[in-house]
Design a binder for this molecule. Structure first.
Ligand code: ADE
Length: 218
């Protein structure tokens, strides 16, 4: 799956996408992530990408020209839907991430627009955006964190990104976890700071272990 991200802060993504599961998935070519600096698409002499809002009000608005040109250029490379990360969008959930992963995979990817300031000119949304997605009911200073969260969450559903064993666990979790917390995890040492690992987890009895874990979820 190919993701193209449009942002005015391209370096924000450098460390996150170069570590852990996302890095591995990229190396295995299950995932391709391309970051694009919005300013590169600005026809303005000073590479300006924002301006004051018509009608007045606080803050700046991202101008349509660089965004529309960026999307036009990237559509030639990525046939997937254009997503605008916005607090007004449909909220990201486990179930939706799973659905989007399969929809976007069929189209080979998605193009993500990260807004800053007060947001983007409405005409960009009207002309180019297929879907608005929020990662939660709060306002971030920009869409970059939301884009990272979305890609991370969706990527877990791309076949092969999690090992076979883990993806099976993911299935089991998704059924059990709806609206609930995960069960507690323990690793070595058996005693840490006077706190013991629950005896049942050391028993080797998987029926009992599963029953204990189920009990922790309710
Ligand atoms: N941009 C600002 N706040 C956001 C949010 N909650 N989700 C997605 N994009 C955002």
């Amino acid at each position: 799956m190919r993701f193209d991200i449009i942002t005015i802060f391209p370096t924000i993504f450098d460390s996150y996408f170069h570590e852990g599961m996302i890095r591995k998935a990229t190396e295995q070519k299950l995932l391709e992530i391309h970051i694009h600096n919005l300013r590169d698409f600005s026809t303005d002499k000073w590479k300006k990408v924002d301006d004051i809002p018509f009608g007045g009000g606080a803050g700046m608005v991202m101008t349509p020209q660089p965004l529309v040109d960026a999307v036009k250029a990237l559509k030639k490379l990525n046939p997937g839907p254009v997503i605008y990360l916005s607090p007004k969008g449909e909220t990201l959930t486990h179930t939706r991430a799973k659905r989007w992963a399969s929809e976007w995979q069929k189209k080979s990817g998605a193009i993500l627009i990260c807004g800053r300031y007060e947001g983007i000119d409405q005409r960009v949304i009207d002309l180019c955006v297929d879907q608005e997605i929020s990662i939660g009911k709060y306002v971030l200073t920009g869409g970059e964190l939301a884009a990272m969260t979305l890609i991370d969450t969706v990527s877990r559903f791309i076949p092969g990104v999690l090992g076979d064993e883990n993806s099976h666990q993911e299935e089991t979790f998704s059924r059990k976890l709806q609206g609930k917390k995960e069960y507690p995890h323990y690793t070595k040492p058996r005693n840490f700071s006077g706190l013991e690992v629950p005896e049942v987890l050391l028993s080797g009895n998987h029926a009992k272990i599963n029953a204990w874990r189920r009990n922790q979820l309710s």
